[in-house]
Design a protein around this ligand. Structure first.
Ligand code: SF4
Length: 311
């Protein structure tokens, strides 16, 4: 029984994650242990690999109790408070904040300073996941004086709605930004909804300024994955459960190819998913390492050689 297996050439770590992992590995060649504030990547298999060479994931409470050591800041970035704590505790930071995120933080700070203080002040609005590390880093640039809007999880057959919109004053200027890994289509949709509410309030449509801040690598991946999902009879989407980019991209795959399965490890693969002569596509999130995709492909090749009753 043969399965043809292809790995999406566009999948694998994004630039920001590659850079953070490389910096961690480089430091761990010289030192036995390195702390990372939060998971350097939302992928347990990769975290296990890095743990074995000395990377220890810590939370903020643990960092507050450390002194005279080194802590890595992951690609998502952090709010200014973390840099203050590091200075107070004599902690050296290996700052792996992705340059794209750094630029976004800077843009939010500047916009806030210019347009969001004083009379008739504007509002900073971030389309992102509440509590996500990148979003915490973004709102931290403006002392949390920002509104977070996000999509709700839709009931079966319903369209996703948005949370946070009721906190907005549609008569005042709105400066809209997106977390870098959000769905570009959903970002477009929220822009339209805000525009519509501004119109209903009889306010000036120019009160809404939309900043295009979705990472280009993510946006490109949406386009490529749509094509990849169409070309394959079945898709295995590999990513950690915590990966917000993984959730968005998996939903995209599922909307194009209903035989899409989200897995974290090969142990979750079920032989009954496959049909004879299936063309299997393997793809993943920006936090899924290439070696894991290759591992899934190797597993499927072994599986297809075994005398299993495929449907
Ligand atoms: S998704 Fe884009 S912005 Fe986010 S870490 Fe990767 S390269 Fe940087």
């Amino acid at each position: 029984m043969q399965l043809k297996v292809e790995i999406d050439p566009g999948s694998g770590f994004c630039y920001g994650v590659i850079r953070a992992v490389e910096k961690a590995e480089l430091r761990l060649k010289r030192e036995k242990q390195l702390f990372s504030l939060g998971a350097i990547v939302h992928n347990n298999s990769e975290l296990d690999r890095l743990r074995k060479i000395g990377l220890e994931v810590i939370d903020l409470e643990r960092m507050r109790n450390l002194k005279d050591t080194t802590v890595l800041i992951r690609a998502h970035g952090e709010p200014p408070e973390i840099y203050r704590i590091a200075r107070q505790r004599n902690i050296e930071l290996i700052d792996c904040t992705c340059p794209v995120v750094l630029k976004l933080q800077e843009k939010i700070r500047t916009t806030y300073r210019q347009y969001c203080t004083g009379e008739g002040k504007g509002q900073i609005v971030i389309f992102g996941k509440t509590g996500h590390a990148e979003v915490n880093g973004l709102i931290g640039q403006v002392n949390s004086d920002a509104v977070i809007v996000d999509t709700t999880v839709p009931e079966k057959g319903e369209k996703a709605d948005f949370t946070g919109l009721d906190e907005l004053d549609f008569t005042r200027p709105i400066y809209l930004f997106s977390q870098t890994t959000k769905d570009p289509d959903e970002y477009g949709r929220i822009g339209n909804i805000i525009q519509e509410r501004i119109r209903l309030h009889g306010s000036n449509p120019e009160n809404l300024v939309i900043h295009n801040t979705i990472c280009r690598q993510v946006a490109q991946r949406h386009e490529n994955l749509t094509e990849f999902a169409k070309k394959h009879s079945i898709l295995l989407f590999v990513s950690g459960k915590e990966s917000s980019n993984g959730k968005v991209l998996y939903e995209l795959c599922k909307s194009v190819n209903r035989r899409s399965y989200h897995i974290q490890t090969t142990a979750q693969i079920r032989p009954e998913w496959f049909h004879e002569e299936d063309l299997v596509g393997i793809c993943g999130a920006t936090s899924t390492p290439k070696w894991q995709l290759e591992g899934v492909a190797a597993y499927l090749e072994t599986l297809s050689r075994q005398p299993i009753n495929f449907q």
